[in-house]
Design a protein around this ligand. Structure first.
Ligand code: ZN
Length: 163
């Protein structure tokens, strides 16, 4: 079990040091900003959603190792997924970290499971879920993406705060 734990920590550190999909996204269809005041983490999530599918997801921001690694892992997890699939993954991820009802049917978490150990540290759970709450806000800004709305209506400027 401790080997597994070490492996998980290595994955988290790897994503912290070399975040995937980090930086501005050209032709984003929606975005949202998130802030975790408990830790000082800030993240902006940018999405390109077309016909209900998340074609691209990128993030920018500054935060602790957990929030950065979680944002990096999230962008990998949701890219190419439908909006509904991404929400199901978030529901499963949230239940991994916070207990409660898993998504029905439960979505496969894949690499996101490396963040499961965070549930032992309730303050850190907000770091790990920040990017996901921000993703949800960005998805809300883009509707379900089923109808092609004007690509430059990126207005969801209300910052997300994880309280
Ligand atoms: Zn943090």
């Amino acid at each position: 079990m401790s080997d597994l734990r070490e492996l998980y920590q290595q994955v988290i550190l790897d994503h912290y040091r070399s975040p995937r999909n980090c930086g501005a996204l050209d032709d984003a269809t929606s975005h949202a900003d998130g802030h975790n005041p408990l830790c000082g983490d800030r993240v902006r999530v940018q999405l390109r959603v077309s016909a209900g599918t998340i074609e691209a997801a990128r993030f920018e921001g500054a935060g602790c190792a957990i929030s950065t690694a979680s944002a990096s892992l999230m962008t990998e997890a949701v890219k190419g997924k439908t909006v509904a699939e991404a929400r199901a993954i978030f529901a499963s991820f949230r239940s991994l970290l916070m207990g409660g009802e898993p998504a029905e049917p439960p979505a496969s978490l894949g690499k996101l499971e490396v963040l499961g150990g965070v549930r032992e540290f309730p303050v850190r759970v907000k770091c790990a879920t920040l990017a996901w709450h921000t993703l949800e806000a960005a998805l809300g800004a883009s509707g379900d993406g089923a109808s092609a709305s004007a690509p430059d209506t990126t207005a969801n400027s209300a910052p997300v705060t994880t309280e």
